[in-house]
Structure formats: structure tokens, C-alpha cells
Design a protein around this ligand. Structure first.
Ligand code: DC
Length: 275
């Protein structure tokens, strides 16, 4: 994993923007965009497809900053963890035996997991029924790493995420494998990291568990989840070679969003100038 003294690092071999068909409603032959369109404070030119991936371990604040970055730039936001969480909720609520992978996979495929893009942030549905209220519950959080390690399920999720990327080609997507597996040609990739103790403290505060869970216990849980996410055979948590690495322990939330926005605008401007 790249490291740097400034704690942010641009990779050596940035790749080209992902090629995605523009929807019919967009101009067929847009005039050449100018780098000025990527100036601070403005949204990105609305005809320009851009996929931004944000990966990293649990508790680095990915969801919060990804959503805010999307809002600032006028892009859609995809929380891929919600899809794995929904699968875990289905397993628990339907009483599926965890050893019966075949049944679990066929049930999740039949649930047609999808997002309601009218909501902000988009909410997830299974069998056309909202399931958002369930996916952050403690039992789901405990079971999700197991579910996310099932290769057949991951293949299904990766396919779905690529379809979403084609339908929403201006997207900030966050997870564990977005830059490494799902969108290897994304225009901009970030990898957020932070010391496990910092992440554990944040998690406790975020979930309001100050009186029930101690820091050491939460830290152990987080390290265990990191191990499962990093060591699975399929789509393990890795830092893509061409990702910009940000240590979120060194900045507050606003500071991280500012950094993401700065890097994104620089990258977009350089892509536009290179055209
Ligand atoms: O980011 P999160 O805590 O909501 O993720 C829930 C789980 O799903 C976690 O165990 C990691 C896993 N996950 C994954 O394997 N791949 C993704 N793209 C997103 C999440």
C-alpha cells in the first residue's frame, strides 16, 4: 500500500476515464469541455461521465465523505456496503443456514436488490420493499463479512454495480473493491485509511455505544473485520496501485472532503487539458 509523508499520494500510472455510454438525454456531441468547468465551487460539467471510487477499511468515514463529495460535484452516490448488508439481513431474517450457500445466493438473486435513486442518499430495496432500516443493525454488521466473502455473491454484486455505473455514469462509489475490481478504469481512485484505534473510537461515537462497548473490544472487532475483508479470495480489500491514499485520522470530516474535492478537480482538469 502506498504511503507518503504528507499522507496523501497520487499514483504513478493514472488510467483513463471509464468508457460508458452517455444516456440518450445527454448531448450526442458535446462541445469540448474547458478546464475552467472543473473550477472550485462549481459542479462538474454535466455531460462528462466520471467514476470516482473510494475504498478502504471499516470506520474510515468513507460513506460520509463519499456522499458529501458527490453532493458538492453534482454526482450520484453509491454505497456498495449497503448491498452486502442487505444480503446479510436477508440471510438472518429468512433463517437461512449459513452453510447453505446455494440457497442464500439464489434468494439474494431473487430479491433483485436495487436502489431508490429518488431518495438522498439512495435507499436499498429487496423484493421492492425498503430494507434500509435493517441493514445497520448489530446482528447484520456482525454477519456481513461472512456474506461478503462468498464468491458467487460477490460476482453477482460486481455485475450489479457495473450496471449501476452504466446507468449512473457520473458516480462516486464507495466500498472495498470499487477501484481494484469493479471499476478498474475509474478516472479517480481514493483509498482512505486510519489507525484501527481511531476507527474504533469513531465507530463507538457514531453508533452511540459509549456506555455499552469499550474501545478495546471495538478495536478488536474492527481488526477482525479488516482481516476477513483483506484475506478473502475474491475481491479482497486492497489499495489500488493508482489510488490517492488519505489518512483520515489526520483531518476532520470537512478536511477529508476538501482533500477529495481538490484532488478530483485537479485530476479532471488534467484529463480535460490532455484531450
Ligand atoms: O462499508 P460497510 O461497513 O457498510 O460494509 C459492509 C461489509 O461489506 C464489510 O464487511 C465489507 C463488505 N463490503 C465488501 O466486501 N465490498 C464492498 N464493495 C463493500 C462492502
Amino acid at each position: 500500500m502506498p504511503t507518503s509523508s504528507t499522507k496523501t499520494q497520487q499514483a504513478q500510472t493514472p488510467r483513463q476515464a471509464v468508457e460508458v455510454k452517455t444516456p440518450d438525454s445527454q448531448p450526442q456531441e458535446p462541445s469540448k469541455p474547458s478546464a475552467a468547468g472543473a473550477c472550485a465551487g462549481s459542479q462538474l460539467p454535466n455531460y462528462q461521465p466520471v467514476i470516482i471510487t473510494i475504498d478502504g477499511p471499516a470506520g474510515t468515514g468513507k460513506s460520509t465523505v463519499a456522499r458529501q463529495l458527490a453532493l458538492r460535484l453534482g454526482l450520484d452516490f453509491l454505497d456498495t456496503g449497503a448491498m452486502y448488508r442487505a444480503a446479510a439481513a436477508i440471510m438472518i431474517d429468512r433463517g437461512i443456514d449459513p452453510d447453505d450457500i446455494g440457497e442464500l445466493v439464489s434468494l439474494v438473486l431473487g430479491a433483485d436488490l436495487h436502489f431508490d435513486w429518488q431518495q438522498d442518499p439512495p435507499t436499498i430495496l429487496a423484493w421492492d420493499t425498503p430494507i434500509d432500516h435493517r441493514i445497520r443493525d448489530e446482528d447484520v454488521t456482525k454477519g456481513v463479512s461472512f456474506v461478503a466473502a462468498i464468491p458467487e455473491l460477490r460476482h453477482h454484486m460486481v455485475r450489479k454495480q457495473r450496471v449501476i455505473g452504466a446507468q449512473h455514469p457520473r458516480l462516486v462509489t464507495e466500498g472495498r473493491d470499487q477501484g481494484s475490481v469493479v471499476f478498474p478504469d475509474a478516472a479517480i481512485k481514493f483509498y482512505l485509511d486510519a489507525d484501527p484505534a481511531v476507527r474504533a473510537k469513531r465507530r463507538i461515537e457514531q453508533l452511540g455505544l459509549e456506555d455499552t462497548v469499550d474501545l478495546g473490544e471495538m478495536c478488536e472487532r474492527i481488526v477482525r473485520r479488516d482481516e476477513i475483508d483483506s484475506n478473502r479470495a475474491d475481491g479482497p480489500l486492497v489499495c489500488p496501485d493508482d489510488a490517492i491514499v488519505i489518512d483520515t485520522a489526520l483531518h476532520d470530516v470537512e478536511g477529508v472532503i476538501n482533500l477529495l474535492e481538490e484532488h478530483t478537480r485537479e485530476r479532471i482538469a488534467s484529463l480535460l487539458n490532455a484531450d
